[in-house]
Each structure stands twice: as structure tokens, then as C-alpha cells.
Design a protein around this ligand. Structure first.
Ligand SMILES: CCCCCCC[C@H](O)CC(=O)SCCNC(=O)CCNC(=O)[C@H](O)C(C)(C)COP(=O)([O-])OP(=O)([O-])OC[C@H]1O[C@@H](n2cnc3c(N)ncnc32)[C@H](O)[C@@H]1OP(=O)([O-])[O-]
Ligand SMILES: NC(=O)c1ccc[n+]([C@@H]2O[C@H](COP(=O)([O-])OP(=O)(O)OC[C@H]3O[C@@H](n4cnc5c(N)ncnc54)[C@H](O)[C@@H]3O)[C@@H](O)[C@H]2O)c1
Length: 716
């Protein structure tokens, strides 16, 4: 797993060979240890070059090994041996040097990188810290402040930035290995002294204590409840305050507190799930490895409102030519200004964008290969647009809708090629949010799904293929969650209490703060169209019951009062003025809730925080099990990735389905039964058949759920 060759000029070349990313598995560590001893023992060898095959230096420790017992040579002694050796070792970095890969390079005496390479210490994103000396050597190389930034964010750094920071010594645009070998020959025999990073003293800010304290406050604010960022700060702090060997000891202790933690497991599950959802399949047999995506060079966006603008920017930044369409000149002008401003704001340091044209004339779409419709969420309007698109665009144009939950099949039925219609559900702001739900209808062809999935990847999104049902996966599961939050207000909770529980769980914002931010009128319009509120409601129907089940009119009542959220300066919370962002608890809301409860004869009670969490989250999770039963999502990983990337579910809790497994499925079932018993008029609290079956199957690990799901589906 590490090849050794002696090349002319007294250089030993060690090549890590564990494709695709040369992860440092036990076999690779053994290979490096053995080949290095060979190079040191060989009197002919004057210097060593370390590189990786397949265009990558090294993607770090082998994450797959973390789940089992660790064996083989340790990374730390291996890297220490490289650094301590008398022969210079040069790392030739192509592709990536990440995590343990960069730590390995930091143990080398020199680093030469290709100009397209990326380096970083992303361990924090896996719930860990760089525990092969990264927290001790990087501060000694680039200073405490820069090292802390890299280690606590885990961000990947371009070769150019790495050079500026001093992480690499030299960049090359050509043959990295050739340059590294030549360089190694040139420095052979020179003293290594301070090239050994462990011997250096890190550059520290003047007021170290307050700097570290500030860093702790910042990471706590950024990653609520996540343990790893804090441990990273402490480990880097040790580099500043302790000698190297004691700092290493501190690094190991802190790593030990993280290594087997539930958070690390959750984050590593997210890493692998993100890759798993890329290997999508549909019930009709379409698959990622057999369906060929079409190349997309020219696209159109219909509707330049909140979403269309971001979608256009996303496409342009991926180098795709865009025709942007609006209904009239005024809307077009507003759209043009918005798109231009977004592009200008994001222009710095970005690559060239595709050409952009604005029009009100659908006839301009005669040459596009893909259209994304982002007009109002109104089925009739969307159907009309799809009829027009089908008439104007070439027959093989892929027609996509950005609907949040309308029936994709009904739109497909308006076109002459229904197999080329799919949902591409972006999340706002579309040029920022990472998630794309790709919704296949019963007639969507493999090529249509593959093209949309591939497009998502090109746009830098995490794409998840899901089936067609009201709300698809994400919004369908959100509905029972929101409903519970409203019911809890009826029963005695305050909005800020519910939000606090959810924020302490790890959401960046609680449900009511999010509602105020996105505007309460969005859901109000949907409920009016569904006949749940407004003129569509049958006369005499109880305000707290709809379609035979409990209903809360609270959000409708707020909208009727003109309290639409941040945009009106008042919603569930009070704001300084329209558009202001800081939410303050509003005495008006409290007395409104009090009156509402009195009016409906509801006896308020103190709702425990635990109940807030259980009812909101377990109702959402229960719907997730139904989504799986119905075959709308292929596996729990799809749901979890949707929630982590689209709905702010705290990543260190792995996603709702992972969380259910972590809590224990029997517990989730038990609590749902309890709440359903207490609230028989809330059908969403009735445990799903799949949850029952999983519990009956002995609570299998989440990786095994798919087998049970297959059995349940075949019996339903
Ligand atoms: C007490 C113990 C002490 C231990 C000390 C450890 C210290 C160390 O600091 C810890 C680490 O290094 S932690 C590590 C820190 N490093 C990181 O966090 C880097 C993680 N990796 C990445 O960010 C991305 O994979 C790359 C950017 C490298 C490539 O992106 P791309 O080109 O889009 O490709 P892709 O689709 O992403 O991956 C292709 C395949 O490779 C697989 N695989 C990848 N890395 C792996 C790994 N390290 N391992 C295993 N497998 C890894 C990946 O699953 C996929 O497999 P599949 O079966 O085909 O699905
Ligand atoms: N806003 C969100 O956060 C969000 C998130 C995900 C999905 N969506 C979905 O995206 C779609 C658009 O939502 P939005 O919030 O951007 O709406 P919006 O009201 O901000 O914008 C809609 C735009 O479409 C234009 N339009 C209407 N009919 C048109 C037509 N026939 N041809 C061309 N343009 C037309 C309107 O002039 C308007 O500018 C909806 O289906 C919505 O459900 C919205």
C-alpha cells in the first residue's frame, strides 16, 4: 500500500497507493513505516519524496477504520519518525492533502504543491480533531490565529492560500513530482534544524488568554452543542502554552474524549450518507450507474422572484448560459437588478459565468436544453407555464419545476414529453443553500433524473432523488413538526419556550423564529388553497378541527392581524421595525394566546422542555418512517441528508432518522404511543407500521433498515 523506488540522483520515492484518495489505512501506515525505514537504512539515499498515486496526495486517516478496533502502526509515531529522520523528506502534494494527509505532510521537512491542490484539516466536520500532531504542528508553522481558523472550520484551502499562509513552500503548475524530486536533490545534505516543526515556537496573539476565550465563545455560537470545535480550540491553545510533547499529550486526551462520542458517529454517518445518496435509484429501476446524464450548456429560468434569482445565479456560476424569463417588463427589470446585484456580490475570486439574457418572450427558449420553472406556487399557473414550455422548447428539453410540493405528475401531463419532467426543489437562497431535492414522477425517465442529479452536482449542491407526493420528503415531514409546535402553544407553551428547546437541541433557529423569517403568509396561502382556512371552510366547522382531525388556527389568526413576521415587524415575535432581524418576545402574543385559550376553554399547563422536543421531533420522525414505507425516500440516509442540508437539523445529531436510532427506536415508539394516547385526534402521532416493525426486529442499526423497509413495503 506504499510503493518504494530508488530513482537516479539518490532519491527514494514513496508512493501512497490506496485509491481513490490514499486514505491512511493500517496497510498504508505499515507501508509508509517500512519504506521509510528502508530509505533511512539505504546509504545511497540522500533524500525522500513522498507522494500519492491517482492524482491525490492523501485524504487523511481511513474513516472506515474508526468504527472498529484500531490496529497497525500509529500515525503519530510514524509522522514523528519522518520528522526526526536525518534525511530530508519532501511531500509532493497533488489533489488533496486533508486531515491525516496534511498532518503527514507537516511531518515532512518541505512541501511542494500543485497549483490546483487543496489542503486542510477537516477533522472537526467528522466530530474529531487533527490528532496526528495537526493541532501542534500547524500553529508552529502558520501561527495560532490562522491555524485556529483552519482547524475549527475544517475548511479546505487552495494551494495559493496555502502558499500565502506558509503551509506549502512552493507551488508548481506542471509536473509536481518532477519538481519535488529536483528540489529534494537540491536540499539533500542541508541541516534540517527548524524544518522540524515540532521544534518551533508558535506565533501567538499578544493577549493569548482573551484570544482563546474569544475563540471559545465564537465556536460555541457557531456550532451550538457541537463538542469538536471546542476541543479544537483547547488543543490549539495547548500548542501556545505547553511544550510540544505535552501539547501532543493534550491533543491525544482531547481526541480520546471525541473519538467514540455519539457526535463523532453522527458526523461520520453524515459523511458516508452524503456519498451514499449520490448512488441513487428509483423504484422503476433507474440507477446512478446506468442512466447517462445529458450535458447542459443552455438553460432557462422562468420567474425571477425569491427563488428564480438564486437559481439563475447558481446556473450562471456553473458556466451555464441562462435565459431568464418574467411576465412583464417591470418584473423583468426587478429580476435583472436582483440577479445583477447577486452576481456582483459574489463576483470576487470566482470563475467566469455563463452568458445571461433577460426576456419576457418565451419564444426565446427555442434552443435551451433545460428549463427550471420558479413561478408562483399555484398549480393552475404552473400547468399553463408547462403547456407553453412544451409548445416552445425543443422536444428533448428537460422541464423542471421548483415547486415546494405540488404534484409533478400533473405538470408532466401538460407536456408532450412527460418523461422529461422532474422536480428540482431548491432551497432559499438558492445560490447558497446546498440541498437539491430531485423529484421523479411515475413517468420521469432515467436520463431526466440523472441529468437533474448531475446538474445539482455541477451547481455544488447535494442532490437527493425522491419520489413524488405532497411536500416530497422535506416539506412533508415538516408539516407535523409545525403542527405540534402550534398545538403546544394552545396547551400553554410560549413561542420563545418552544424555540429555546429546539435551539438548545442544536437548530440554528427555532420553529417560530424561522416562520417569522420566511413570512407567515407563505403557509397561510397554502392552507387557504387547501381549504383549511378562509372562505373554503364549511360554515359551522369548529375552528380547531379540520377534515376530522385537530387543527390549530393560530398562525391563520396572526396573519389576519397583519402579523406576517419580520417583513411586517411583527409575527410570533416583535421586531424593531419591518425587516429588522432581532426577535423579541412580544407581550401581545402572550395575551393573544391567553385569550385564545380562554375562548376555547383550554386549561394552560406548564409544558416541559422534554415534551416540546419529543412532540415536535418525534412527529417529524414518524412521518419520516411513513416516507420510507411509501417508498418516497429510498433509505434513512436520504431523509437525513435532506434535513441536515436543507432544514438546519444539527449535523452532529446525524439527521432525524439517525437521531431516532440513537435515542432508541423502542423509546421513540413508546413516546409516540404515549402522546397518541393523550391526543387521539392527532393522527400524525400514531406510530408508523415501519417503526413498529423495526422495533419488533430488534432495533437494527440504521445501515440495516433498508432490509426491513423492503419487507414492510412488500406487505403494505
Ligand atoms: C485514536 C485514533 C487516532 C487517529 C488519528 C487520526 C488523525 C487524523 O487527524 C484523522 C483524520 O485524518 S480524519 C479524515 C480527515 N479527512 C477528511 O475528512 C477528508 C474526507 N474526504 C473528502 O473530503 C473527500 O472524499 C475528498 C475531498 C478527499 C474527495 O472528494 P471526491 O473526489 O468528491 O470523492 P468522494 O466521493 O468524497 O470520495 C471517494 C471515495 O473515497 C472515500 N473516502 C474519502 N475520504 C476518505 C477517508 N478519509 N477515509 C475513508 N474513505 C474515504 C469516500 O467514502 C468515497 O468512497 P465510496 O465508497 O466511493 O463512496
Ligand atoms: N420562497 C421559498 O423559500 C421557496 C423555497 C423552495 C421552493 N419555492 C418554490 O419556488 C417557486 C417560486 O417561489 P418564489 O418564492 O420565488 O415566488 P415569488 O412570488 O417570489 O416569485 C415568483 C415569480 O414568478 C413570476 N411569474 C409568475 N408567473 C410567471 C410566468 N407565467 N412566467 C414568468 N414569470 C412568472 C412572478 O412575476 C414572480 O416574479 C414556488 O413554486 C415556490 O413554492 C419557494
Amino acid at each position: 500500500m506504499a510503493r518504494y523506488v530508488r530513482i537516479p540522483g539518490s532519491i527514494a520515492l514513496i508512493t501512497l497507493a490506496n485509491p481513490p484518495v490514499n486514505a491512511l489505512s493500517a496497510a498504508v501506515r505499515r507501508g509508509i513505516t517500512e519504506t521509510l525505514s528502508r530509505a533511512i537504512a539505504d546509504p545511497e539515499v540522500k533524500a525522500v519524496v513522498l507522494c500519492g498515486e491517482n492524482g491525490n496526495f492523501c485524504g487523511g486517516a481511513d474513516i472506515k477504520e474508526f468504527a472498529g478496533p484500531m490496529s497497525g502502526p500509529g500515525l503519530v509515531p510514524m509522522i514523528d519518525a519522518i520528522e526526526a529522520g536525518e534525511k530530508p523528506v519532501v511531500a509532493a502534494i497533488e489533489g488533496v492533502a486533508l486531515g491525516g494527509g496534511l498532518e503527514l505532510a507537516l511531518g515532512c521537512h518541505y512541501r511542494i504543491a500543485h497549483c490546483k491542490a487543496r489542503v486542510g484539516l477537516p477533522e472537526v466536520t467528522l466530530g474529531l480533531l487533527p490528532a496526528a500532531g495537526g493541532t501542534q504542528r500547524l500553529p508552529r508553522l502558520i501561527g495560532l490565529s490562522a491555524a485556529l481558523d483552519l482547524i475549527t472550520t475544517g475548511r479546505h484551502v487552495s494551494a495559493q492560500e496555502a502558499l500565502q499562509l506558509g503551509i506549502v513552500d512552493r507551488l508548481t503548475e506542471g509536473d509536481t513530482l518532477g519538481v519535488a524530486v529536483e528540489f529534494a536533490q537540491s536540499i539533500a545534505g542541508q541541516p534540517l534544524g527548524s524544518r522540524r516543526l515540532s521544534t518551533r515556537t508558535p506565533a501567538c496573539p499578544a493577549d493569548l488568554d482573551s484570544f482563546l476565550q474569544g475563540a471559545l465563545v465564537q465556536v460555541r455560537r457557531r456550532a451550538r452543542g457541537a463538542m469538536a470545535p471546542e476541543a479544537c480550540v483547547r488543543a490549539v491553545g495547548a500548542a501556545a502554552t505547553l511544550p510540544y510533547s505535552q501539547g501532543m499529550q493534550r491533543e491525544q486526551e482531547l481526541m480520546a474524549s471525541l473519538f467514540r462520542s455519539a457526535q463523532a458517529r453522527a458526523l461520520q454517518y453524515c459523511f458516508f450518507s452524503q456519498r451514499l445518496v449520490g448512488r441513487w435509484s428509483t423504484p422503476s429501476g433507474a440507477r446512478w450507474d446506468s442512466a447517462e446524464p445529458r450535458p447542459i450548456r443552455r438553460a432557462a429560468v422562468i420567474g425571477l422572484g425569491t427563488m428564480g434569482r438564486g437559481i439563475a445565479v447558481s446556473l450562471l456560476q456553473a458556466g451555464i448560459a441562462v435565459v431568464a424569463v418574467e411576465t412583464d417588463e417591470q418584473q423583468l427589470e426587478a429580476g435583472r437588478r436582483a440577479v445583477t446585484a447577486l452576481l456582483e456580490r459574489r463576483a470576487q475570486g470566482r470563475g467566469s459565468e455563463g452568458p445571461l439574457r433577460f426576456t419576457t418572450d418565451l419564444q426565446q427558449l427555442r434552443q435551451v436544453e433545460l428549463v427550471i420553472e420558479a413561478v408562483f406556487e399555484d398549480l393552475a399557473v404552473k400547468k399553463q407555464v408547462f403547456r407553453q414550455l412544451s409548445a416552445v422548447c425543443p422536444a428533448d428539453t428537460l422541464l423542471c419545476t421548483n415547486t415546494s410540493g405540488l404534484d409533478v405528475e400533473q405538470l408532466a401531463a401538460c407536456t408532450r414529453s412527460p418523461e422529461l419532467v422532474v422536480g428540482t426543489h431548491f432551497f432559499g437562497p438558492a445560490h447558497v443553500m446546498k440541498l437539491l431535492e430531485v423529484v421523479y414522477g411515475p413517468r420521469s425517465s432515467p436520463v431526466a433524473v440523472a441529468t437533474a442529479m448531475h446538474l445539482g452536482k455541477r451547481l455544488g449542491k447535494v442532490s437527493v432523488a425522491v419520489g413524488n407526493c405532497p411536500g416530497f420528503v422535506g416539506n412533508r415531514m415538516l408539516k407535523p413538526y409545525l403542527e405540534q409546535a402550534h398545538f403546544l402553544l394552545e396547551e400553554g407553551a410560549a413561542p420563545e419556550q418552544v424555540d429555546q428547546a429546539l435551539e438548545e437541541f442544536g437548530f440554528a433557529m427555532g420553529v417560530f423564529r424561522v416562520a417569522d423569517l420566511s413570512g407567515l403568509d407563505v403557509g397561510w396561502r397554502v392552507r387557504k388553497e387547501a381549504g383549511l382556512t378562509g372562505p373554503g371552510v364549511a360554515p359551522g366547522e369548529s375552528p380547531r378541527r379540520r377534515q376530522g382531525r385537530r387543527y390549530s388556527p393560530l398562525p391563520d389568526l396572526l396573519c389576519e392581524q397583519g402579523r406576517l413576521g419580520q417583513k411586517t415587524g411583527r409575527g410570533w415575535y416583535l421586531y424593531e421595525g419591518p425587516g429588522a432581524r432581532e426577535a423579541r418576545p412580544d407581550p401581545w402574543t402572550h395575551s393573544f394566546l391567553q385569550q385564545y385559550r380562554q375562548q376555547h376553554g383550554l386549561q394552560p399547563r406548564a409544558v416541559p422542555q422534554q415534551e416540546v422536543l419529543e412532540r415536535c421531533l418525534y412527529a417529524l420522525i414518524n412521518e419520516g418512517f411513513r416516507v420510507l414505507e411509501d417508498g418516497i425516500a429510498t433509505g434513512p440516509e436520504d431523509i437525513d441528508i435532506i434535513y441536515v442540508f436543507g432544514y438546519g437539523w444539527p449535523r452532529h445529531r446525524g439527521g432525524p432518522m439517525f437521531h431516532a436510532g440513537a435515542v432508541g427506536l423502542a423509546t421513540v415508539l413508546d413516546r409516540l404511543e404515549h402522546y397518541h394516547h393523550a391526543h387521539p385526534d392527532i393522527p400524525n402521532l400514531q406510530p408508523s407500521a415501519l417503526l413498529r416493525r423495526l422495533v419488533a426486529s430488534g432495533n437494527p442499526p440504521i445501515q440495516k433498515w433498508r432490509e426491513v423497509i423492503r419487507r414492510v413495503r412488500s406487505q403494505l
